[in-house]
Each structure stands twice: as structure tokens, then as C-alpha cells.
Design a protein around this ligand. Sequence first.
Ligand code: SAM
Length: 284
Amino acid sequence: MGNILEETKFIMKKHNIKANKSLGQNFLISEEVVNEIVSCSQIKKDDLVIEIGPGLGTLTKFLLEQAGKVICIELDKKMINILEDRFSLYDNFELINNDVLKVDLKELIKNEKEKGKIKNVKIVANLPYYITTPIIMKLLEEELELESITVMIQKEVADRLIAIPGEKNTGAITYSVYYYATSEAILEVPNSSFIPEPEVTSKVIKLNIRKEKTVDPQDKEKMFKIIKSAFTQKRKTLINSLSNTKIFDNKQQGEEILKTLNINQNVRPEELTLEEFAKISNKL
Ligand code: SAM
């Protein structure tokens, strides 16, 4: 696999690159981690891989060897020059110089699928940590035709995303991820696997997009609004937090709804399953 540390230092020196902290630039230098990300992504020759934030191209190089096509989306023009220099000879490489949050991924995927060579689409990325949540929510909420999302993110965020609703360490976002995907923890990554070292420990997780949803609320937006409201005060009882946020007209309405659904009156938001939130949403 070559020496990634030496290669990274060489490229940075050649192009006079200093990592841009405000763009979340922490470059991977661990062969073991790169290997693990690529292998757990299970990339096939008829896959389209979309890599967000390719940076100097450390992961890209290995993705290009395995995928039918790799489309990289990178915001930093300096990285664009390096990537074009490095991979111009690959005919399965495409580069988009834009903020990933502004890219119409639905259209991009549709166009690639119409060309007929691509079967499945996978996201692989060492994400810029300052926008982890918006990126993951975009990938999920736009209901893109994805098979999986393999990302390296901050450990703390990772643990919250892949928690099981109703169990420990959850937040409103846990329910969103669970609604769209099943999840796996792949690998914890120490700060020393990057230059420069980030301030937090990292974790690779894989989200496998569900083909069928586990719950089917009448109004999905309403259900997620209720979950968000509940979690703004997750230490309070569900009845209190949903009454305070005006989801329930008053406590009495909350008590009646919980009673008909056979849910404990003193339940706290974090104790509820997604299915229970769906039922509450349907009752309102
Ligand atoms: N993939 C490289 C690696 O593993 O060494 C770099 C990962 S670095 C953590 C994140 C990358 O995302 C940087 O190259 C950064 O320039 C890029 N980036 C930051 N904000 C972005 C955005 N809004 N859209 C696309 N790329 C972005």
C-alpha cells in the first residue's frame, strides 16, 4: 500500500499545503485505517462511490482501484489542483469543486444511473467535522438511492448516531438515523492517525440504508418534529416536554394519549422507541 505518511508529507511539501483548520482538514496517515475504511465499504466494480472531502486523495487512490466510478466533491480549490494532478489518468474519476451541502446529489445519482454502468451507490468519506451532522442528515433525508454510507466522524457524534432508540446515549438524531438505516461501528481511530491531529478521537461507522422502513407514520415530518421537541428537554418527562413545547395542547391531552397507547405516564423522551413516537404522532 506504500507509505501513506511519507506520501502525504511529500504531496503537502510539493504543493506547499498547510492544513486549513476552518475547512476541517485533518489528513489520514494510517494505512490500517485506510485499509479498514475501504474494505468495510465492500466496493464492487459496478458501484459508484461518492467521496466527500477527498483532500489530498489518500482514500481516493484506493477507491479508484475498486469502484466502477468515483465522484469526489471537494470545496477547497487547492485540493482540486492536487487531485487533478494525481488522478487525471484514471478514466473513472470525476471531481466536483463545490460545497457538498449545495450539490444536487439526487440529480447526480440519476444521471450516473442513466448511463447504465452503475448498479449501486456508496458514500465513503473522512468527513470535515465542523459539518458532520448537516452532511449526514442531507444524505439521509433526501432519500437518495444509496446502499451505504461509510464515514469517519468524531467518536462522540458517532456513538450518538448509531445508538439504539430507547437505549443509552441517544438524541433526536439517533431516531432519524435509525429510521433510515441500520448501523455498525467499524473502528475507533486515535488522533495520531492524522496530520494535523484533531482534538477529538474519531470513529468509522457504516450506515446501511434500509430498503424497507421499520415504522410507517402517517406524517413523517410531524413525527420528527415531535421527537425534536421531546429531546429539547430530555431530562423532563415526555408529557412535560411535549406540553412545554406546545406539541400537546396541555398535560391532560398528553396523559390521555399515553394512556390509550399503554405508555407509562412518567416516561422520559429517551426511553421511547421510534415506534412509540410514530404512534404518538399518529394520534395527534
Ligand atoms: N479525505 C482526506 C483524508 O482522509 O485525508 C481529507 C479529509 S479532511 C477530514 C475533510 C476534507 O473535506 C478536506 O479536504 C476539506 O477541504 C473538505 N471539505 C470541507 N468542507 C467541505 C464542504 N463543505 N464540501 C466539500 N468538502 C469539504
